[in-house]
Design a protein around this ligand. Sequence first.
Ligand code: FAD
Length: 431
Amino acid sequence: MKYDTVVIGGGLAGLICGIRLTQSGLSCTIVSAGQNALHFSSGSLDLLTQLPNGHVVEKPLTALDELSEQAPTHPYSRLGKLEVIKLTHLAETLLQQSGMKLKGSSDENHYRITPLGHKRSTWLSPEFVPTVGLHQKMNKGKIAVVGIEGFLDFQPQMVSAELQREGIPASAHYVHLPLLDRLRENPSEFRAINVARWLDRPENMAQIVAEIAPLIADADTIFMPACIGLDSEEPLLELQKQLGKPIYLLPTLPPSLLGIRLHETLLRQFRRQGGIIMPGDKVTSVNCVGSCIESVTTRNHGDISLKASQFVLATGSFFNNGLVAEFDRVYEPLMDLDLCHIPPRAQWTNKEFFASQPYMTFGVQTDQQLRAQKDGQPIENLYVAGAVLGGFDPLTEGCGAGVSLISGLHAAGEIIRYFEQQKALQAEVTP
Ligand SMILES: Cc1cc2nc3c(=O)[nH]c(=O)nc-3n(C[C@H](O)[C@H](O)[C@H](O)COP(=O)(O)OP(=O)(O)OC[C@H]3O[C@@H](n4cnc5c(N)ncnc54)[C@H](O)[C@@H]3O)c2cc1C
């Protein structure tokens, strides 16, 4: 099997890369071993919310010069300000074209409301997540925070107490939904996705409306856990219509409906554009000739290797085995690629629990074009994208999704340029 590009890993970085490649008419297959970080995420996408020195970032794109000074190995610093700005805008466009309804802008971060009712700064948020401008007060009138009896992943009283502390009128309620009794019998099944499967059924709408309506009679706005609208927004729009009040969704503990929606939307767009996805398959070995990869072998395809001119490594960080940590060793498991500087074992963690943890910045070392290196030499046709990259801390710098999107798009851009050059060369030699 031969493609223009094989992408290893189908998380945010691999998918956006595949979308850009197929949009340009290149053939691309994504091999993806399992779930990705989106399934566990808030559904909001962070670009840059804090500099390494702790300064809060309000306008991410104007903070890039300062970031380069403080963190020269950060993927944004390696790519340079102009490339990051260009690719940020491209990411916003591609997400929108894929069908994602997101609010926010790279001009200025906004706050999203967390499942605990706190405000957290971010770049883009799903349409139905409650957000507020950085210097604004939430203006949604009286808010009824409605939890679901038996669903322990969301505590409405915590959210409403936090909103009240901010001076926002809010009250907490629990709705009892007999249609969920079957889930209640098995608490480990009582997860956002399973709840959504019941709430999304049209035949259940009347019961949901009947049970919620009395609780929210004197509220202007409803906050609920993100447990409705798994495959489409229709059930949420219908509930909103029948209750006659705007409804906002707060992310829950994983699995995250908002993150899954984002993943499914990107996957659909990739497939629509002719991309091939091999879900549940895993690249097990890489066959190199000189400083280039010729093909990869996967668990499911056995002897049939996947050949391509270009490859992208987007296997994620420790969370998805894109990196592996043993007691005193960290490595990249597929090719044992060079990693950025790893300090002695005692310095991997910071005793201050909430401080930036050094291990978060561990990852694959690249050249300025984000090509992987092995034994100090670049692998000519292997770009690295997303959380497997080293040199940044997605959690404290609030840049996880941004790095994935921008590095994934950068890899795609370099690959598109390579094929354009090949085409031009071909045209020159063809009489
Ligand atoms: C739990 C969690 C929550 C997060 N929440 C947020 C958030 O709310 N907002 C935000 O901005 N950022 C968040 N982040 C940061 C996150 O890292 C990025 O946002 C981004 O989603 C990472 O995408 P990725 O594609 O680089 O990697 P991943 O999403 O980790 O995807 C890597 C994929 O590669 C696959 N893979 C690994 N090895 C192989 C192989 N050998 N062959 C084939 N496939 C392979 C894995 O199975 C996985 O599907 C979160 C991170 C984590 C871990």
